[in-house]
Design a protein around this ligand. Structure first.
Ligand code: FAD
Length: 439
């Protein structure tokens, strides 16, 4: 069928951003502070994407152990979070736990103070694009459908949805098998006696024993864990939805139903077998499925794993990052889990002070003119996506996309014609980590 009707244009701005996760917030605040008129639409009821709506309980490393890779917007987030919670971020290999409600308020304040025009409960449903030029994005708000016209559009949906609607090519999953990483429905736990909880190695031993004894209906050896997020509360990142396609509503629906059932078994395992969890309750699961991997937009440059190995430097780099390659494989198989461990813990992991460059070109989707992509679906191969996808990585690409769009608006120039040294100088001006940029 064909659906056609007149809709109002409700906003005309310099920069229209879709998605208010880590990448979208970094982009919006940066662009607005740089003087652009910014509109952002978020499908959920808060900012933060997977780190809030998805209840992901921890940030991964902001630094390479020596340098603050996610400097600028990322540092601001971690400083504000520390001010209220006292949680001090660690260095390389050390994440830190998130207080979700604190993080939601931090994003609210930064967005309001920067003067970003935004709407919650507003979902992108289409784009008016011709020959790679997006004229308008179409949204379904609570009241009705409406359009937003902008000079530049930023795709921060995590899934590259706007890029696809605009005609950009993309990759999805493993090249041959099309396999994607499993998702996880994160949880909130209470009544944990943290003082009596065994260390990670002992917990893993007990998990493997239970698997070997046939305790679980769906045994899964990869068990990221439950992070302490309060005196007796925990944020769970356990359980995997294998075979998930996070771009398909039927697949998401099935995974949500299955995960809620599987998690009950994990709750029973903790209560029956792990010290400190005897009285524990799993009081809430997120209402947003934790999706690790969907599309990777095909950009002017796609980072490849050899760039990780080479600690690559690029003339047009807009940041550097250092998180190891972290592909969750099918850990129902012992061999696949061992492959994960070797890759993540040994082969594709840096020493202190090492990092890879992220070129501006990884944010420029092919076959489009006025679009940038940021966050977990920037131009990469599968292994690099599994490094850059974590939140500090999304702050780096989001911040750069926001600054690029604001500069392009100021100069009234095409995104591909933007002098990259000007972008790098502007990013340095807000604290970005760009050690190879010579001012
Ligand atoms: C289970 C799990 C555990 C993880 N653990 C960690 C961890 O420990 N540390 C870490 O740093 N990272 C972790 N990550 C990775 C990280 O959380 C995400 O990759 C990161 O949040 C991606 O940021 P993003 O801004 O690209 O997308 P998202 O966080 O997914 O945000 C995208 C936003 O866009 C909105 N949106 C999507 N479609 C539309 C639309 N059509 N219209 C309007 N809005 C839309 C969504 O509602 C969402 O708010 C984990 C991920 C998962 C799934």
């Amino acid at each position: 069928m064909r659906f056609e009707r007149e809709i109002p244009v409700k906003h005309q701005v310099d920069v229209c951003i879709v998605g208010g996760g880590p990448a979208g917030c970094a982009a919006a605040v940066t662009a607005a502070r740089a003087g652009a008129r910014v509109f952002l639409a978020e499908a959920g009821g808060c900012f933060g994407g997977l780190g809030t709506r998805g209840m992901v309980p921890a940030f991964m490393q902001f630094s390479d152990g020596i340098n603050m890779n996610a400097d600028g917007f990322g540092r601001e987030i971690s400083d504000l979070h520390r001010e209220e919670t006292g949680i001090v971020p660690g260095g390389r290999g050390k994440g830190f736990s998130i207080r979700v409600e604190v993080l939601k308020r931090i994003y609210d304040k930064l967005m309001v103070d920067a003067g970003v025009d935004f709407l919650f409960e507003t979902r992108l449903i289409g784009a008016e694009a011709e020959e790679g030029v997006i004229r308008a994005a179409v949204f379904a708000g609570k009241s009705d459908l409406f359009a937003v016209e902008a000079k530049y559009f930023l795709d921060c949906t995590g899934d590259g949805l706007l890029s696809v609607m605009a005609g950009a090519p993309y990759f999805k999953g493993e090249r041959k098998t099309k396999e994607m990483m499993p998702g996880t429905l994160c949880q909130l736990w209470c009544n944990i006696d943290w003082a009596r909880r065994p260390d990670g190695a002992k917990l893993k031993e007990e998990l493997n024993r239970a698997i070997d004894e046939g305790y679980f209906t769906d045994p899964d050896r990869h068990h990221p864990g439950i992070w302490r997020v309060g005196p007796t509360t925990g944020g769970g990142n356990i359980g995997h939805a294998y075979g998930l396609d996070g771009t398909d509503e039927k697949s998401l629906t099935d995974a949500l139903i299955t995960q809620r059932r599987q998690l009950l078994e994990l709750r029973n395992f903790y209560r029956e077998r792990i010290a400190g969890y005897e009285e524990a309750e799993m009081i809430l699961t997120a209402d947003m499925m934790g999706v690790r991997e969907t599309r990777r937009i095909d950009c002017e440059y796609n980072l490849v794993v050899d760039d990780f190995r080479a600690r690559a430097v690029f003339d047009d780099e807009i940041g550097r990052y250092s998180y190891p390659v972290d592909i969750h494989r099918d850990a129902r198989s012992k061999e696949q889990y061992e492959t994960f461990l070797k890759e993540h813990l040994e082969d594709l992991r840096y020493k202190d002070g090492e990092s890879y460059g992220i070129p501006y070109r990884t944010l420029l989707p092919k076959c489009t003119e006025n679009l940038l992509v940021a966050g977990r679906c920037v131009g990469t191969d599968r292994q690099m996506q599994a490094s850059i996808r974590v939140m500090p990585g999304c702050y780096i690409t989001g911040q750069a996309a926001g600054m690029a769009a604001a500069l392009a608006a100021k100069k009234d120039t095409a995104l591909r014609a933007l002098p990259v040294e000007e972008l790098q100088a502007a990013l340095c001006g807000i604290g970005a980590f760009l050690p190879n940029f010579k001012k």
